[in-house]
Design a protein around this ligand. Structure first.
Ligand code: SAM
Ligand code: DTB
Ligand code: SF4
Length: 343
């Protein structure tokens, strides 16, 4: 079976009386491109049709009962010079987040051991930086190599990277680098002005070039339109290759940030976004990321049905709350899902 057949299973009339025209990406021998109309057509499908498509894509590549548990740690909190309109860690917004120094390697290792012992397989270290300073790199490298030595997959999100920084992280044992596109290019300037979309794409290119796996996603619920949600997915799915990990965050509205007070996104639209990510990036780990605490079990269950197969696990994201680990274990058990184990 060719790659395009795998990724866009043929839907017959027997499967669907509603869905007449298969939505098919444009393919060539080396690249696959999703036109925005096709991604928008996925969003516009009847809900059950979309979930069916997402389930087919999910089952073609993964055990649909397995969920990856990734734990986040803020290794450098607050005081960030950037102006990302969603972010409680931007120094210019009065959010109550207190800026702290970079954690010590021992503090990071203690959190990593605890994460591993409670069942996480991936550990993601996040810093509230526009970009890492060269003087911080040695300490970050030490953290990465020691976390890796605990048997965890390593991920870091430190802002924009220079070429040599990406390579140094790779050499230290980093598996994934998280750098989000956040939203569609045409909505981006409504949210952030201190760095450009092209800066993000440049960092992603450097991450790939260094041989790191890419973790890249975005945030929904920031006041964007459905077309702009489709625009974000188009950007992610058309990266060549598309990211190995795709975190889909639901905006956590934090008082003091410019995006606080927006009308909340319809939860079913969030589920649709997960499903479209699954259909267009069938082999990626699609992570149901920030915003789970506000979601409830039923919406999360729908996200798993829609092809999400990873969550942030642990009582805290970076500065905001996440469901308690004990509640997450109970939810997975209730749904008959099991945590991924690393061989
Ligand atoms: N400072 C680095 C950067 O911006 O690349 C790394 C950390 S930053 C907090 C990582 C990502 O967290 C952002 O790109 C954004 O997608 C997500 N994020 C931040 N605040 C959020 C919020 N309030 N709700 C949902 N996602 C958020
Ligand atoms: C990602 O996509 N989401 C995570 C992680 N990558 C770094 C961060 C979510 C942050 C939510 C707001 C906070 O806790 O500060
Ligand atoms: Fe800084 Fe990252 Fe927050 Fe933007 S998202 S303000 S770069 S910590």
């Amino acid at each position: 079976m060719s790659r395009s057949e795998l990724e866009t299973p043929h839907i017959t009339k027997a499967h669907s009386l509603v869905f007449e025209a298969p939505v098919t990406p444009v393919t060539s021998t080396t690249t696959q491109t999703w036109p925005v109309e096709d991604v928008l057509a996925l969003f516009d499908l009847p809900f059950n049709e979309l979930i069916f498509r997402a389930q087919q894509a999910h089952r073609a590549h993964f055990d649909p009962t397995e969920v990856e548990l990734a734990t986040l740690l803020s290794i450098k909190t607050g005081g960030c010079e950037e102006d990302c309109g969603y972010c409680p860690q931007a120094a210019r917004y009065d959010t109550g987040v207190v800026a702290k120094k970079l954690l010590s390697t021992e503090e990071v290792l203690e959190a990593a051991r605890a994460a591993r012992d409670s069942g996480a397989t991936r550990f993601c270290m996040g810093a509230a930086w526009r970009e890492p300073k060269d003087r911080d790199m040695e300490k970050i490298e030490e953290m990465v190599s020691k976390v890796k030595a605990l048997g965890l997959e390593t991920c870091a999100t430190l802002g924009m990277l220079k070429n040599d920084q990406a390579q140094r992280l790779k050499n230290a044992g980093l598996d994934y680098y998280n750098h989000n596109l956040d939203t569609a290019p045409e909505f981006y300037n409504n949210v952030i002005s201190t760095r450009q979309y092209s800066d993000r794409l440049d960092t992603l290119g450097r991450v790939r070039e260094a041989g790191l796996k890419v973790c890249c996603g975005g945030i929904v619920g920031m006041g964007e339109s459905r077309g702009q949600r489709a625009g974000l997915i188009v950007q992610l799915a058309n990266l060549n290759p598309y990211p190995e990990s795709v975190p889909i965050n639901h905006l956590v509205q934090v008082e003091g940030t410019p995006l606080h007070g927006l009308a909340p996104l319809d939860p079913l639209e969030f589920v649709r976004t997960i499903a479209v990510a699954r259909v267009t990036m069938p082999k990626a780990r699609v992570r149901l990321s920030a915003g789970r605490r506000q979601m409830g079990d039923a919406v999360q269950a729908m996200c798993f049905l829609a092809g999400a197969n990873s969550i942030f696990y642990g009582d805290k994201l970076l500065t905001t709350g996440n469901p308690d680990a004990v509640d997450d274990r109970a939810l997975l058990a209730k749904l008959g899902l099991h945590a991924r184990e690393v061989a």
